[in-house]
Ligand binder design. Structure first.
Ligand code: MUC
Ligand code: MG
Length: 373
């Protein structure tokens, strides 16, 4: 049988409304923007992938517009005419000619995997070696900016049996006010839920050292990226003195960053994200480094829609242990998605699909409605 070839790559920017504004230290989201990649093959199979970031260029070095331009201008000519069934060879061509661009690579790796898994009739997790979990527990982020509204939202999530781990976005305000906000939420929820915080790099080392103590006293169980991403030694000092485990998020922008941080004992927990490391397979390489170093794992998100969320979920489902669970709730922050059927959340878990590929189908009408051009 002749090999299927990659015939074309098409990228679409899609703007979707969110259920409420979502406040992070560096940006308040009023909507979410996805880049959808459609990779068409000569055997009639289409693989789909997603690259999504937060707040244009506010969060990371790639924007939706740069992802689209770079895939269209640089990735596509390298790939058209290549063997669609050899994912290693296709990604190696990109590796030889492209620096960085892990978000764009993640969409490509996902689309190639989706196409190959459909070709073989396997769900993505099975193409990656097989699932160890049928569902993953999912934390919810409280980020309305208002303590009472956040408590109400958390109570609703507990009643719905959708989430029992809550991440609070802090760092934009005065540390003392932020900590009072967190402590009030933890007091209201008590032992019914775990409370974690994400500072998104907003504190200095000195502020972080004091704040980590106070967050520990308030009953917080995990502190994510308290200080700027580039100083791994400072992160190691904060981690060593914090009574609460510290998690590295923005500090890991590649598999190699994961290795550097592990070597420096910079943080006892890593946030894994397919976008930050270049796709479902690259994220598993970061996970392997962490596992070898005794670092705990967390399945992170860039608030992707259903496609990107489930691509990550398939990869995470192959890991023996996600000690800190996941935060794969991106689709639940959107009022609309562009899929025929969205991911299923039930009993505090996101279920891993059993259909071939990522297990989702694009809804052409919604795609036509929400695409930017
Ligand atoms: C981040 O920094 O972790 C994940 C959840 C959320 O609300 O924001 C993202 C980004
Ligand atoms: Mg984070």
């Amino acid at each position: 049988m002749s090999q299927p070839l990659i015939e074309s790559l098409e990228t679409l920017i899609v703007d979707l409304p969110t259920i409420r504004p979502h406040k992070l230290a560096m940006h308040t989201m009023q909507r979410q923007t996805l880049v959808i990649l459609r990779l068409r093959c000569s055997d009639g199979i289409e693989g789909i992938g997603e690259a999504t970031t937060i707040g244009g260029l506010a969060y990371a070095g790639e924007s939706p517009e740069s992802i689209k331009t770079n895939i269209d201008t640089y990735f596509a000519p390298l790939l058209v005419g290549q063997d669609a069934s050899n994912i290693n060879a296709a990604m190696q061509r990109i590796e030889r000619h492209v620096r960085g661009n892990t978000f764009a690579r993640s969409a490509l790796d996902t689309a190639l995997l989706d196409a190959q898994a459909k070709r073989l009739g396997l769900p993505l997790a099975e193409l990656l070696g097989g699932r160890l979990h049928d569902g993953l527990e999912v934390a919810w982020t409280l980020a309305s900016g208002d303590t009472d509204k956040d408590v109400e939202e958390a109570e609703r999530m507990l009643d719905l049996r959708r989430h029992r781990h809550f991440k609070l976005k802090i760092g934009a305000g005065e540390p003392a006010r932020d900590i009072a906000h967190v402590a009030a939420i933890k007091r209201a929820l008590g032992d019914r839920a775990s409370v974690r915080v994400d500072v998104n790099q907003a504190w200095s080392e000195a502020v972080a050292l004091r704040a980590c103590q106070q967050l520990g006293d308030a009953g917080v169980e995990l502190i994510e990226q308290p200080i700027p991403r580039h100083d791994e030694r400072a992160l190691a000092r904060v981690s060593a003195r914090s009574p609460v485990p510290v998690m590295a998020d923005e500090a890991i922008e590649s598999v190699e960053d994961g290795f550097r941080l592990a070597r420096a004992s910079a943080a006892p927990v890593f946030a894994l994200k397919i976008a930050k490391t270049g796709g479902p397979r690259a994220v598993l390489r970061t996970a392997a480094i962490a596992e070898a170093a005794g670092i705990g794992l967390y399945g992170g998100t860039m608030l992707e829609g259903g496609l990107g969320t489930l691509a990550a979920a398939h990869a995470f489902a192959t890991l023996p242990k996600l000690e800190w669970h996941t935060e794969l709730f991106g689709p639940l922050l959107l009022t609309e998605d562009i899929l025929v059927e969205g991911p299923v959340y039930r009993d505090f878990q996101l279920l891993i699909p059993n259909a071939p590929g990522v297990g989702v189908t694009l809804d052409e009408e919604r795609l036509a409605h929400f695409r930017r051009d």
